[in-house]
Design a protein around this ligand. Structure first.
Ligand SMILES: *Cc1c(COP(=O)(O)O)cnc(C)c1O
Length: 508
């Protein structure tokens, strides 16, 4: 009986929610202050990007904080204990020697915007859950389409990132082709029998999400035909043309070409204009995966490298990569807004046809998500804070840093540079001192795995590894504009030391 009495007094819940109420305001203030304190302490005490804990150790630390009590605890203590503990054992992505992945330090403006986004908790699937947020997203999209040189009838939607954007590109391309070719509505009838002969073309350096999408779309990974690349890891248009001819000759249906603007390993940009021309002459959808390279459209110095991006029927841009947005934040753009038709649906409870006819915007009809974040806000506020001029310079700085790093590595006999960078990644290998007679590759691969692990264990640097023609190689992804040559030299010295002691261990 007592519990029923308690439930009648909803004011006991006041301090759990931010609201116009003294208890709420007090609690929110305290929580934010404590978060501020924990974050400041984290940065002040951070001398390396990682504390070095291995997975077993991390599991033990997790057990310490995985206490979910029957009666709630003090929020300040939770922030201080759980929050701080997790923060201090995280990968410090803002640290200048954290240079592994397409994973950037978030801008302060992006974090500030996240707080506002979280407070309003808008959901973009219907206007009555978002109101102004819907209009901001639409206007940001319009602006972005213009930046990328898309025509007036272009449109787009914010997504959770490149995976979703690539999936949407292939989904719309698939449905568009099937409708045009066989007057068949995939949305209603599923795939037609001919779908088993549909083919996707991309370079062999394309992101794995192309194959993943093919599988999810019911076409199967075998539907992906990879085209060889030149010495700069860019797709060869001549070979693409050959593949198109062969496929047509063998009664396959090539329906989409995926060009990559910024491959994950080398930052290579496929020849977009030439591929665009081929796509046009074969009347095939062109999807450009510019998840990584899309940012250089904002660089005065480098944007010419993206010439041809405006030819895309659809395009992927990731803002949580080189736009320094907190995760997640991505976009999917289309040249012609009508293609969204195959996603469109009206749900009576969300976006009824009647509402739409009165002019209420309907973003759920352009997305494969229902509830969706208002990520447009943080991009807007970030660009407002940094300004287009400094944003352009940030991009230029990191490209310049990658070039200098590559030259430095190239001139040091202890290293082999694998390829000169196009964007901001540098792939290289340590060159062992000893001439090995037995299975050089296996030993080299072991050594490079060892180097990367040692760096992580010491916490001095977070460096990526990748495999190039069977050789495990190290990779710097230099997106942090606060990384300097001295940091790079520090990491390279560490690598050399680890490499040399590995060499010696093997001798004795
Ligand atoms: C990162 C990346 C993706 C995947 O994007 P997510 O945001 O991680 O989902 C796709 N393509 C390319 C070229 C990428 O760099």
């Amino acid at each position: 009986m007592a519990s029923i009495k308690t439930l009648e007094k909803s004011s006991i819940f006041d301090h759990y929610f931010p609201a116009n109420n003294e208890n709420s305001i007090e609690m929110f203030d305290q929580a934010m202050l404590m978060v501020k304190h924990v974050v400041q302490t984290f940065f002040k005490e951070q001398s390396k990007p990682y504390k070095g804990a291995n997975p077993n150790k991390l599991n033990d630390i997790c057990s310490e904080v995985m206490d979910i009590p029957r009666i709630g605890m003090d929020l300040n203590k939770i922030i201080e204990k759980t929050g701080a503990k997790i923060l201090e054992n995280s990968i410090g992505v803002t640290h200048p020697t954290c240079v592994a992945h397409l994973h950037t330090p978030p801008l302060t403006a992006s974090i500030a915007a996240e707080v506002i986004m979280n407070v309003m908790n808008a959901s973009m699937d219907s206007w009555d859950q978002s109101a102004m947020a819907t209009h901001i997203e639409q206007q940001m999209m319009k602006w972005l389409c213009q930046i990328y040189g898309f025509p007036l009838q272009a449109d787009g939607i914010f997504t959770s990132g490149g995976t979703q954007s690539n999936f949407m590109g292939l989904l719309l391309a698939r449905d568009h082709y099937i409708f045009r070719k066989w007057q068949w509505n995939v949305k209603q009838k599923g795939l037609p029998p001919e779908a088993s002969r549909m083919r996707i073309l991309c370079s062999k350096e394309a992101h794995f999400t192309v194959s993943q999408s093919a599988a999810l779309l019911g076409l199967g990974e075998d539907a992906v035909i990879t085209v060889d690349t030149d010495e700069d890891a860019c797709m060869c248009p001549d070979l693409l043309k050959q593949k198109l001819e062969t496929l047509k000759h063998d009664d396959y249906f090539p329906f989409v070409i995926v060009a990559t603007a910024g491959t994950t390993d080398f930052g290579s940009i496929d020849p977009l204009s030439e591929i665009g021309e081929l796509a046009e002459s074969y009347n095939i959808w062109l999807h450009i995966d510019a998840a990584y390279g899309g940012a250089i459209q904002f660089s005065d110095q480098h944007k010419l490298k993206l010439t041809g991006i405006e030819r895309a029927d659809s395009c992927t841009i990731d803002f949580h990569k080189w736009f320094y947005q907190s995760i997640s934040c991505g976009a999917f753009l289309v040249k012609n807004r009508l293609v969204f038709q195959s996603l469109h649906r009206n749900a009576d409870y969300l976006n009824s046809l009647e509402d739409e006819q009165t002019g209420i915007p309907n973003l759920v009809g352009k997305s494969i998500q229902t509830t969706r974040r208002f990520d447009a806000l943080k991009l807007l506020m970030s660009l407002q804070h940094v300004g287009l001029e400094n944003f352009s310079q940030m991009i230029d700085y990191t490209i310049h840093l990658a070039k200098r790093t590559a030259t430095y590595i190239d001139q040091d006999p202890s290293y082999d540079l694998i390829q000169h960078p196009t964007l901001s990644t540098v792939v290289f290998r340590y060159r062992p001192k000893l001439i090995q007679t037995m299975d050089i590759q296996t030993r080299s691969n072991k050594l490079h795995q060892h180097i990367r692990l040692k760096l992580l264990q010491s916490g001095e640097a977070v460096v990526a590894k990748t495999k190039i023609d069977g050789w495990v190689s190290l990779k710097f992804t230099l997106l942090n504009p606060r990384t300097e040559m001295s940091h790079i030299e520090h990491i390279l010295n560490q690598i050399k030391q680890i490499g040399e002691s590995f060499d010696q261990e093997r001798v004795s």
